[in-house]
Design a protein around this ligand. Structure first.
Ligand SMILES: Cc1cc2nc3c(=O)[nH]c(=O)nc-3n(C[C@H](O)[C@H](O)[C@H](O)COP(=O)(O)O)c2cc1C
Length: 438
């Protein structure tokens, strides 16, 4: 992650905050304000009470994620190609010189939303091994910082780490894990992706990186972590222990209230010399891009697996609960079949699903909605599927039901819907035309 940030700094792509900020709301507030006008990453050089600088919004841009995986036109197509390549097993290296043992309280204490129960680590990637097979899994889980020795962590019911922990817990054992902060970007992407239960996510990270990841041994747990990770929190998830965690301002824009969640006992915190900390504002573009990666790649895979032709790419616009499929309709009704399969691809997301033509910018909801408004009737292209369960944490059934919208042009009439174009508009430099005062 450090070399990515350094390269972006050289390219003047990073917004640098030199003045000291408070970790309590101020860092999140500056991040949110910057994200409103720019997708640039931010580097906070000084967070009060800590010597570790913090990076936010590093993954908050589709263009940067495309570049990270070498995608030119379609993120999902490139991702699928990478996942088909042979995975290279990671290689173990000597512990790099200068690693330093620190305390959790040396890290910046970051509190994001007004009612949050305290400081949280939001960009921590859990590395753990399946207790039976030893397959490595990577996944994000928020951590409430309780003290130097304890984190309270949120494990969603369907996730692999939750299954590993349950398996260890059934034997009365703790599950060892390492929490990676500031891991190499390919690993961050692999952590966000929902790979199969038996698929080693460290190998998936190596496929994205194009080479095996150098690993080093942890100091207090039997795990190997990428040697270049900025900060590693080692420890174990305790069996049979649940303690209150929350409230926390979550990705949907609301608070989750206090709930009894898992407890992580910290056994060591190890930092590289001059370590950079990574922090993600939940629900912000950075969070949404990583969540999108998971939902969109899974939907793309389902569409390809169903042998539906003409699938170009998938995005979640304007937000994780809405899937947009870019396609080239090949026959009448094709888009409707795509919509049905896209809905079936995820049991908890996809509250709305759109199919659009190849010229629509699927990252721009205005463009998607424009296609629906201008390429056909309002009726007959929107279908409500009642009473389908949606987002899993939904006791009041507020997320039940699905809406599918075919926003492609009527089949066989695509040419009638060629966009008008103002020659030169894309390349105009307004500064060459506008008076200085305007
Ligand atoms: C920034 C971010 C934060 C996340 N926070 C949590 C969390 O607190 N709890 C959780 O269960 N999942 C969380 N997730 C989702 C999982 O990490 C993600 O779905 C992951 O792919 C699950 O991995 P698995 O399929 O290997 O279990 C988060 C995802 C992202 C991108």
């Amino acid at each position: 992650m450090r070399s990515t940030v350094e390269r972006l700094l050289r390219e003047e792509e990073v917004r640098v905050v030199e003045r000291e900020v408070s970790g309590r709301f101020e860092l999140a507030a500056v991040t949110a304000a910057s994200q409103k006008e720019s997708d640039a990453p931010l580097l906070f050089r000084k967070v009060a009470g800590s010597r570790f600088p913090v990076v936010t919004n590093l993954f908050g841009s589709r263009a940067r994620l495309m570049a990270m995986i070498g995608a030119e036109e379609s993120f999902c197509r490139r991702w699928a190609e990478l996942m088909r390549t042979a995975g290279a097993p990671p290689r173990l290296v000597e512990e790099p010189a200068g690693l330093e043992e620190i305390r959790l309280s040396d890290l910046p204490a970051i509190t994001y939303s007004e009612r949050d129960g305290g400081p949280y680590i939001t960009a921590g990637i859990f590395l753990a091994k399946e207790p039976g097979t030893g397959v490595a899994n990577l996944s994000f889980h928020r951590c409430q910082v309780i003290g130097d020795d304890e984190l309270r962590i949120r494990l969603g019911s369907s996730h692999h780490l939750t299954q590993y922990q349950a398996k260890a817990e059934a034997k009365g054992e703790a599950l060892e894990a390492a929490i990676l902060i500031g891991a190499p970007p390919p690993l961050v992407l692999a952590a966000a992706a929902p790979l199969a239960h038996d698929e080693d996510e460290m190998e998936a990270a190596a496929r994205i990186a194009g080479s095996p990841l150098p690993l080093r041994r942890c100091r207090t747990v039997a795990l190997d972590v990428p040697a270049e990770t900025e900060i590693v929190i080692e420890g174990r998830i305790l069996p049979g222990v649940r303690r209150p965690e929350g409230p926390f301002g979550e990705f949907m824009g609301y608070y989750v209230e206090i709930g009894d969640n898992h407890v992580f006992e910290v056994t060591a915190v190890v930092a590289r010399p001059g370590a950079l900390c990574h922090a993600i504002l939940c629900g912000s573009p950075e969070d949404l891009r990583l969540l999108e990666l998971a939902v969109a790649t899974r939907t793309y895979q389902a569409l390809i697996g169903a042998n539906l032709r003409g699938i170009i790419d998938v995005a979640c616009t304007p937000f994780t609960m809405s899937t947009v499929v870019k396609m080239e309709p090949a026959y009448e009704g094709h888009a409707r079949q795509v919509l049905m399969t896209a809905i079936g691809a995820n049991h908890d997301w996809n509250k709305t699903v759109f199919a659009v033509d190849e010229d629509i910018d699927i990252g721009d909801f205005d463009d998607v909605w424009w296609a629906y408004l201008t390429r056909g009737r309002a009726d007959g292209r929107a279908f409500v599927l009642p009473d389908v369960p949606g987002f899993y944490r939904d006791p009041m059934k507020d997320h039940w039901g699905r809406l599918a919208i075919d926003a492609t042009a009527p089949f066989g009439r695509r040419a009638e819907f060629a966009r008008k174009r103002v020659p030169g508009a894309e390349s105009v430099r307004l500064g060459d035309y506008l008076a200085k005062s305007s």
